[in-house]
Design a protein around this ligand. Sequence first.
Ligand code: NAG
Ligand code: NAG
Ligand code: NAG
Ligand code: NAG
Ligand code: NAG
Length: 603
Amino acid sequence: MKLSPVLRVLPSALLLVGAYCTPVNHYAKRQSSITDFIESEASVSINGVLANIGSDGTQAPGAAPGIVVASPSMSDPDYFFTWIRDAALTYKALIERFIDGESSLQQLINDYVSSQAYLQTVPNPSGGPDTGGLGEAKFYVNMTAFLGSWGRPQRDGPALRATALSLYANWLISNGQETLAAESVWPVIAKDLAYVVRYWNQTGFDLWEEVNGSSFFTLSAQHRALVEGAALAAKIGQMCDGCSDAAPQILCFLESFWTGSYIDSNINVNDGRTGKDANSVLSSIHTFDPAAACTDATFQPCSSRALANLKEVTDSFRSIYGINNGIPQGQAVAVGRYAEDVYFGGNPWYLTTLAVAEQLYDAIYQWDQQGSITIDSVSLPFFQDLLPSITTGTYTPTQSLICPSNDTHTTESPSYATIIDAVRTYADGYIAVVQKYTPTTGALAEQYNRDTGTPLSARDLTWSYAAFLTATERRAGIVGPTWAEPNNNVAPDVCTAPPACNARVTFNVRATTTFGENVFVVGQLTQLGNWRPDSAVPLSASQYTSDDPLWFADVEIPASTVFEYKYIRISDSGEVTWESDPNRSFITPEGCGSSATIQDVWR
Ligand SMILES: *[C@@H]1O[C@H](CO)[C@@H](O)[C@H](O)[C@H]1NC(C)=O
Ligand SMILES: *[C@@H]1O[C@H](CO)[C@@H](O)[C@H](O)[C@H]1NC(C)=O
Ligand SMILES: *[C@@H]1O[C@H](CO)[C@@H](O)[C@H](O)[C@H]1NC(C)=O
Ligand SMILES: *[C@@H]1O[C@H](CO)[C@@H](O)[C@H](O)[C@H]1NC(C)=O
Ligand SMILES: *[C@@H]1O[C@H](CO)[C@@H](O)[C@H](O)[C@H]1NC(C)=O
């Protein structure tokens, strides 16, 4: 995967003329002030990641082998948990390093496989192993369930984990260890993919754990995971049930997040935000395919859509943070999650600032691979920030040959190299912002203060370190394998939702009522009125007798779903009486068309 920078920037057409002209090597000639920082911070970062992984990590006491602790911080905030998302993104970075030759990481990767296989079996408030439990966001580091209230489910975790593990499984297969891939890694991936196939068309909480809706990050991770999973399954003679049907449908749905000028990161929810959110930038870098063209449909890093979006997202932070004050358009700024953020006062984060740099390095990689940059009306504003006189058109590197004593080969203006140069300088600027607000120890917390730049919130955030590693590897031209985006980037013309997979639940409650009173069931699901008495489901008294005061109703509820509910009485004057606490809870059976009966007594 490590290609020589010189070869990498020379498409074949250029090599021919290169025999008698000197191509501009925009990689070699550049020595910026950030290179020393990158070298020292990369070493702090890999050590920072490893310190937070059990069981040997020095900052991860009590963590099981292969368990990634989000941060050693145990209070204000308490991040001493393992998040499925953070762990998967961290291991994706580690597995890429392993594939690139860091063979000492294999034990830790095998530990990850085992730990995740176990976590998939742990019942938790999102459900059991086959009833939605894979959507649980975080566990204690000793791999027990966290029972407190939380934004759940979060449906990106299984997809991101499947992607990390697919990278590893593919490496095993290419290296004569197909049995290990098929017997120990695939079963974990298969459960994650089955979860994605079953739940992708349901709402859940976004990666920031705040918004319950449809998240661009979640869906783009799901699309990639299913594409990779289907290919992996085929390689080892396994089934990936539903993967090939769901993947194009997810891609189809993803198109609806595009507003025409940026990605609205959360839809199917009324969250009162613009939707300009680093969610979308992270999506672009985690679905980056080094073999892809600048595909708009998959929002590849160099696509017009993703670049226009990058501008909109970064611009949304220019005026709101004190530390960005006075920095003109086209120069790097501190980047947070989204402008309306109030968590810890709403600050820039290291990992989101680094993600912007990473998207730009990815884009440069893709342009160099395909040997051209196409600027259209969608991406023009992005490029104009960097090069005000630039116009739409296609720019190729043949323009950037330097033939000092013979310019018969320089047929057009020298723009390709100028554009690459400008984008790279811009990207490096984001690394420089991180450098400016990183303490001399190199420690990366979660956030840095919007007005002073002082590190804030959780210290030594694993994801911050992993983000530093991946951004700077991309800068050096080191990329992971393709996930076959080129064969999976066309969305169907018409989107179809998967057929509903419901179970019929019969609610029976014995409740002695007075004349004029009616009984309803209300609860956590849309089908149960989302806890709103005016949307509650009425029960029937058609079999009510004084000996058996039965109220009942049949309700279609998605199969394999955990929910809470209560009964309420509503008098003829509209007065609502709730059952006493606690809430009741139930898990619908597996299988479309299945049924279940609940027998309750009013309390
Ligand atoms: C796991 O860790 C949690 C949180 O520290 C603790 O409350 C719980 O008792 C531990 N469980 C086991 C089985 O060690
Ligand atoms: C389900 O898919 C359909 C078709 O793409 C889409 O319109 C709808 O918003 C999706 N709903 C959720 C919750 O994903
Ligand atoms: C100029 O280009 C021609 C090919 O068109 C080549 O034959 C010649 O050697 C070149 N001269 C120099 C000085 O590079
Ligand atoms: C999330 O939103 C959906 C409706 O879009 C609702 O059915 C579900 O109960 C909500 N979940 C939570 C935990 O609020
Ligand atoms: C019951 O559920 C509602 C809605 O989620 C919640 O506000 C309430 O606190 C729950 N009650 C108990 C006792 O957990």
